[in-house]
Ligand binder design. Structure first.
Ligand code: AMP
Ligand code: ZN
Length: 116
């Protein structure tokens, strides 16, 4: 995808603080961290969101979660972490290339959602 921000980061056209890469996914520090540890785990292939995934995407979806655990531990979130995936307008997704936020640190990240 020519103009997709995370595809550009995947191609190295936009710099990132990369922490991980394999055949299916890569990960880097969020530019505007919400917690002391805030990483983004991203498929290398352009997938818009969970709204567009198919059965063929299951390997990459599984990899995103398995890598999240490994990266959380490697980046100092030893007692737990949270994985957030925003999808589409209702989900508050800003970058239309699927990504998992992995947030944590040494203090609890806080309530899941503020109740309306
Ligand atoms: P979302 O709202 O779920 O689409 O999240 C998009 C995330 O991408 C936000 O947390 C942004 O801070 C982050 N972000 C935007 N641009 C960059 C960038 N160039 N490098 C790293 N993270 C970014
Ligand atoms: Zn993309």
């Amino acid at each position: 995808m020519e103009n997709c921000l995370f595809c550009k980061i995947a191609r190295g056209e936009i710099p990132s603080r990369k922490v991980y890469e394999d055949d299916l996914v890569f990960a880097f520090h969020d530019i505007n961290p919400a917690r002391p540890m805030h990483l983004l785990v991203v498929p290398k292939r352009h997938i818009v969101s969970l709204q567009t995934v198919t059965a063929g995407d299951e390997p990459v979806l599984g990899r995103m979660l398995a890598v999240s655990r490994r990266l959380a531990e490697e980046n100092g979130s030893l007692e737990g972490f949270r994985v957030i995936i925003n999808n589409g307008r209702i989900g508050g997704q800003e970058v239309p290339h699927l990504h998992a936020h992995v947030v944590g640190g040494t203090e609890p990240v806080g309530p899941m959602l503020k109740r309306n």
